[in-house]
Ligand binder design. Structure first.
Ligand SMILES: [Zn+2]
Length: 252
């Protein structure tokens, strides 16, 4: 039974990864995600279904378009591999209950956010705002790990706090420091994780962001994609078992 579920999640995950690649390409360009069908971004030739098989097509074509030989960025392959791995990891952590679906939905939003923010320094609203009602719905379901009241309070507190911070920054520096996308994303994540996990997510993503900034960023005026670090931390925290991990860390 377990093996069958893993095989199904592997296939489903690769297909979802392929769809996430479409989102990453089209959402920042404000293009429709359903029409036109898959085509080469360089020569615009339609990609037939037999060349649109996740992972396999990329390897057979050697990461190049069949018609114009334009290089297909390696992140396409990476996403088609990590999406099934994340789903399988969540299944091994939670089984097939409500928590699996909750964190699978959350992680499936985080993958495109990670890459879109890293490539373009934006977080599309269609990927951040829906997280707020979804988080509240999952908290409302009995046997979920976060209560509705915890989810609601966490969302309201973080939204009010970040809004205040954004206004204060704009007032003090006469420019925007905190993107609106970050505020919606954090509010949605607060709704998913509730009051107890939230401080850890904030702390870990801030630490990772600061580390990256110190080690890699040479040009201090360069756009900084904080959403990328939030998305990474959320996937990590979900895979580790969200609130469950707090049970195994003593003295917290
Ligand atoms: Zn092409």
């Amino acid at each position: 039974m377990k093996t069958i579920v893993i095989i199904i999640l592997a296939i489903l995950g690769a297909a979802l990864g392929s769809f996430i690649n479409v989102l990453i390409y089209r959402l920042p360009l404000k293009k429709s995600i359903v029409y036109p069908p898959s085509h080469c971004g360089n020569c615009n030739k339609k990609i037939p279904f037999y060349l649109n098989i996740p992972i396999i097509s990329y390897i057979i074509l050697g990461g190049k378009c069949k018609y114009c030989s334009a290089k297909i960025h390696w992140h396409h392959l990476l996403i088609e591999i990590i999406t099934p791995l994340i789903l399988i990891g969540l299944f091994l952590q939670y089984g097939l209950g409500i928590l699996f679906f909750k964190y699978a939905v959350l992680c499936l939003f985080m993958i495109p956010i990670f890459f879109i923010d890293a490539f373009h320094q934006i977080i599309p609203h269609v990927l951040s705002i829906p997280l707020i009602p979804l988080g509240l719905i999952f908290a409302y379901i009995p046997r979920s790990d976060v209560s509705l009241i915890s989810s609601l309070i966490a969302a309201v507190i973080i939204f009010a706090f970040l809004l205040l911070l954004a206004y204060a920054y704009r007032f003090a520096r006469k420019q925007d420091g905190l993107g609106g996308g970050d505020i919606w994303l954090f509010t949605g994540i607060a709704a998913f994780f509730g009051l107890i996990s939230l401080p850890f997510i904030v702390l870990i993503s801030a630490l990772l962001g600061i580390l990256y900034f110190i080690i890699f960023v040479r040009n201090k005026d360069q756009g900084f994609a904080f959403g990328t670090f939030i998305a990474f931390t959320v996937v990590l925290w979900s895979l580790l078992g969200a609130e469950r991990i707090l049970d195994v860390i003593p003295y917290i």
